[in-house]
Design a protein around this ligand. Structure first.
Ligand SMILES: Cc1ncc(COP(=O)(O)O)c(C=O)c1O
Length: 375
């Protein structure tokens, strides 16, 4: 047990390094890895993860918000950092000041950035996202050539990258990915025909990087696989992925629930006979989904103890009738391995009716992150 903590998340940086090296071997020397560390590296801790992936073969980082990029710079990280949210004109001074690589989507943002870059003498690299079918952010393909030419006319800016994002790369059927890829290639061909060559083209999230070599271009942009989670259960990744996060807690009370007595708010679990219960200090205030009420399970002594009753803000009650030696002080594993047992984020997500991305990302700052291993 880690002294002083009731509930904590252990992040195995060795696993993250290994997953990054696996990805690097898979994509080969000529393809860069832009490691996606947005949302505090999917809950794993952006700064330690960024340092780890950069030592293990990634050459660039990507975040969503400008503030996430600033935080990495303030921690002393010097690698190129792509900010994927479309730059807002008022963000231009910060983007230049911190040497971040913004994504541009509007002439107003481009003008604002160019003006700051010129005034400060700091030429700024920019990327453009093109919406080939995600239906979210990015320029429409038909606007790409004019926009790229406008950028080339701004000498404060260097048009470094063009990218797109897939809507269905994790799904079994690859047909929509291929359609998006074709649209992207048409945009690139139109740019080239008009005299613009893009040095860094990148389209592949983890799923596309692992499945489609034609999507590698000059760089891939993986997130989930670096954290050791499979993008999908519909297909096998080409190399093993090692989950990096384990969430641990401990039993703080054990008692017998008499027949007819209930557990928690709403009395959604009522004992039909004598049952042994254990109290574990993790709840929705820590990011343990409330939808796991009467659905989840934890590991105690390597065995599964089902969640009984509703998940509260700070605690859950699990049944240990089948684990008669369970005691106060026992370690509880909420996510990860214990003895022969394992609960993966993918499984927790299925119980909670969500995706595994959300499971690790929503673990709240109240849960301290403890780092083990390293690159
Ligand atoms: C634009 C963009 N690129 C790459 C990624 C990384 O995706 P994944 O975690 O599935 O590898 C994300 C994450 O959602 C994203 O939004």
């Amino acid at each position: 047990m880690t002294a002083g903590f009731m509930t904590w998340a252990e992040v195995d940086l060795g696993a993250i390094a290994e997953n990054t090296r696996g990805m690097k071997r898979w994509v080969g020397d000529r393809v860069e890895i832009i490691a996606v560390v947005k949302a505090d590296a999917y809950g794993h801790g952006a700064v330690p993860v960024a340092r780890t992936v950069l030592k293990a073969g990634a050459t660039r980082l990507a975040v969503h918000r400008l503030a996430e990029g600033v935080a990495l710079r303030q921690a002393g990280i010097e690698a190129p950092i792509l900010v994927m949210a479309p730059l807002q004109p008022e963000e231009a001074p910060e983007a230049v000041r911190w040497g971040l690589t913004p994504t541009l989507a509007t002439p107003e943002a481009a003008q604002a950035l160019h003006a700051v870059a010129q005034a400060t003498g700091r030429r700024t690299a920019v990327h453009v996202e093109v919406d080939t079918g995600m239906g979210r952010a990015g320029l429409l393909p038909e606007d790409a050539v004019d926009f790229a030419h406008a950028l080339q006319g701004m000498d404060g800016l260097t048009l470094e990258g063009f990218y797109t994002h897939f809507a269905t790369a994790d799904e079994g059927d690859p047909s929509f990915v291929m359609r998006q890829l074709r649209r992207f290639e048409e945009v690139i061909a139109a740019l080239e025909a008009s005299g613009i060559r893009i040095p860094l083209r990148h389209v592949a999230n983890s799923a596309a990087a692992l499945r489609f070599r034609a999507a590698h271009f000059e760089a891939v942009r993986p997130g989930i696989a670096l954290y050791g989670m499979r993008p999908s259960l519909e297909w096998e990744p080409p190399f093993p992925l090692r989950p990096a996060m384990t969430i641990r807690s401990r039993v703080i009370r054990v008692w017998t629930l008499a027949p007819g007595e209930s557990v928690g708010y709403g009395r959604t679990f009522i004992a039909d006979r004598e049952r042994r219960m254990a109290l574990v200090p993790i709840g929705y205030g820590d990011g343990y989904p409330r939808s796991l009420s009467n659905q989840g399970a934890v590991l105690i002594r390597g065995r599964r103890a089902p969640v009984r009753g509703r998940v509260s803000m700070d605690q859950i009650v699990v049944e240990v009738t089948e684990i008669p030696d369970a005691r106060v002080g026992d370690e509880v594993v909420i996510l990860g391995r214990q003895g022969e047992g394992e609960i993966r984020a993918e499984e927790l997500a299925a119980w909670a009716g969500t995706i595994h991305y959300e499971i690790t990302t929503r673990i709240s700052p109240r849960v301290p992150r403890i780092y083990r291993g390293g690159p």
